[in-house]
Design a protein around this ligand. Structure first.
Ligand code: CAA
Ligand code: NAP
Length: 249
């Protein structure tokens, strides 16, 4: 049987890499979207590292803030796999932290663009082929900091909270056509994004997590593979928290 095709934006990043690998393990043909400021060699190196570990994962360039670049990315996926995207994981994202009283428009706009506008650009490109096929899984990566808000993240909390509104609205529009739309909201996961928080701030945050540690990318990835599964068709419009107890809603 032909494998279902999964596209993971930010696929070469911390959580993205674990998602790609979990989806390969689950039997998908996986393509990792990357940006890297157009550094294609870096993506090829990443691909080679995965191959050494036994993971065959294609890579496709695309800037999720740019509609044309997203279209080119989805076109590359088509060329590489010969099929349309069955599973889209909207995982690419950035932070530009700072207190709101000092926040610039650029800090606001960059975060809204990469974390929220990206949902429109990428999902808009795959939704009609999914509707035609009568199958699809859209999985959007939000954050615990959307659910609870976070000091220093007015931009990020707003963007990530917007994601779940998008998820719930779209889930209703496509539910009858075999397409599920869900959000996964990770807590603090040790990746380059968290590593760049000042050490003493990290320690303070960690001390508030009931499980007593930051999470691992693999602890997020297993949930994505679960939701992407053919047999998870009754899970839609949900927001799955994976945060070590940091926030319980
Ligand atoms: N609650 C209340 N007050 C706080 C606070 C908090 N959580 N954090 C800092 N403050 C206070 C400080 O005590 C300080 O008070 P005084 O002026 O009275 O001394 C004041 O706010 C300024 O704090 P800083 O000196 O830290 O200010 P800064 O401008 O250097 O840094 C910051 C501000 C960038 C927001 C920094 O505090 C920070 O990095 N915080 C962490 C933000 C965070 O959690 N980001 C998550 C990134 S990872 C991610 O986003 C992934 C995900 O989804 C989970
Ligand atoms: P990461 O390692 O920094 O990965 C972020 C990924 O997003 C990178 O692969 C990056 O690609 C990609 N990206 C950023 N801007 C892009 C753009 N304009 N176009 C295309 N790709 C772009 O961080 P991470 O922790 O794995 O984050 C993955 C997702 O999880 C993000 O949405 C993040 O907000 C969310 N999240 C993270 C945590 C956490 O604690 N780590 C918690 C909750 C939610 P390039 O490197 O190729 O540019």
């Amino acid at each position: 049987m032909t494998k279902r095709v999964a596209l993971v934006t930010g696929g070469t990043g911390g959580i993205g890499t674990a998602i790609c690998r979990a989806l390969v393990d689950a039997g998908f043909r996986v393509v990792a979207g990357y940006n890297s400021g157009g550094n294609h060699d870096k993506a090829k190196e990443w691909q080679e590292e995965q191959r050494k570990d036994g993971y065959e994962i294609d890579v496709a360039y695309g800037d999720v803030t740019d509609a044309e670049s997203c279209a080119a990315c989805v076109e590359t996926v088509k060329e590489l796999t010969g099929g349309s995207v069955d599973v889209l994981v909207n995982n690419a994202g950035i932070t530009r932290d700072g207190m709101f009283k000092k926040m610039s428009w650029e800090q606001w706009n960059e975060v809204l663009s990469a974390n929220l506008d990206s949902m429109f650009h990428m999902t808009r490109l795959v939704i009609n082929p999914m509707l035609d096929k009568g199958f699809g899984r859209i999985i959007n990566i939000s954050s615990v900091n959307a659910q609870k808000g976070q000091f220093g993240q007015c931009n990020y909390s707003a963007a990530k909270a917007g994601i779940h509104g998008f998820t719930k609205a779209l889930a209703q529009e496509v539910a009858a056509k075999g397409i599920t739309v869900n959000t996964v909201s990770p807590g603090y996961i040790m990746t380059p994004m968290v590593a760049k928080i000042a050490e003493e701030v990290q320690q303070k945050i960690c001390s508030t997590i009931p499980v007593g540690r930051f999470g691992t990318p693999e602890e997020i990835a297993r949930a994505i593979a679960f939701i992407a599964d053919e047999s998870s068709g009754y899970i839609t419009g949900s927001d799955l928290s994976i945060n070590g107890g940091l926030h319980m809603s």
